[in-house]
Design a protein around this ligand. Sequence first.
Ligand code: GLN
Length: 456
Amino acid sequence: RIAAVDGSADAGVHAFLHVDAEGALAAAVASDERRAAGAPLHALDGVPVAVKDVLTTTGLPTTCGSKILEGWIPPYDATVVRRLKDAGLPILGKTNMDEFAMGSSTEHSAYGPTRNPWDLERIPGGSGGGSAAAVAAFEAPLALGTDTGGSIRQPGAVTGTVGVKPTYGGVSRYGLVAMANSLDQVGPVTRTVLDAALLHELIGGHDPLDSTSVDQPVPGLVEAARQGATGDLTGLRVGVITELQGEGYQAGVLARFHESLELLTAAGAEVVEVSCPSFVHALATYYLVMPCEASSNLAKFDAMRYGMRVLPEGVDAPSAEQVMRATRDAGFGDEVKRRIILGTYALSSGYYDAYYGTAQRVRTLISRDFEAAFGQVDVLVSPTAPTTAFKLGEKLDDPLAMYLNDLATIPANLAGVPGISLPSGLADEDGLPAGFQVLAPAMADDRLYRVGAALE
Ligand code: GLN
């Protein structure tokens, strides 16, 4: 299937940056042998999975969609990758992404964009467009993504797949090349809610290698999905977020959203409106916190330790700083440079408190809005993204228009709470998939699966 539809950066879906046919086949054969021998098998043993190229994999390149890491083969596996391998899932390869996970369309990949399988002229969302497109195009039944401001959920919404951002600390970040440590989470991208629950349970749980990993058992996600599949949500209180609907949302996306609300009511849930007034500042807060953390994280690409090294032209014995400057100039794309500059500026002395300090305070207000809301309802809902998939190139020269895609997904990352995007049907005006987002309190990821399976 990959050979038939993936093509290249110029044509086809281009979901994959590297395909490991040999490794995947060997793992599949080993799985068959275990089955034949009657060994105890994980439910997903032998089911192939695609992995976003921001997670380290021994023996397979990890580029983060950047030229600066071209050819780098990590010496260790991310914890989530290790767990996939231990459970017997063949890893098909590494999926395309916006460079260092900065973007909402996968057009910022240094290796060319991924295309939306629903319409190859349109974007598959981002930054994890490769993982979502691979699942939507039937190139992989399961995939892993990462979500810092929506990079699992928004691609899920625009490709008609299921995407989950777990509770912060619920899934190990060890071996996830950090963009913004306090926001990043690894999660599943799948075609069904039950698949996502199985994959999430497998990768989740405590990891001593990640200091922010929560040392608590993962709530029964598969069990919650099975419960939800009965279609009964009696007693569940659902809050529609006032601030995340209306202006700026495409009519067809809103129509599918309201239809999903009716389905929830029909399943016995009680639907009310809940206001989260600080959410209107979430985008501005994110675009300070995230570049600040990213500018610091990306300082390690110094031409000495990983990947690419460019020697400045016409310099006989260049200094380390000159090599670093030439390498970073050639190795990073425009969006990455934009955010490094933004983050460095906001963190500089004299501005630190005005920008970073203020953003952190607003972040607290956003967390408090969630706490107050979850005092009244069990889950919160909104459309996942304001529009369906837009055309390639449409927002590439307008960073602010690109950032606005994350309006509804960002609050969850700022507060660390979990969220799922579910396919809610096709928008009438363009026939493209729309997404329905469900958010739950921290460590109550099971609620996402109960509601998700009931809507499926
Ligand atoms: N689109 C957002 C950004 O550009 C979110 C990215 C992500 O979640 N990795 O930062």
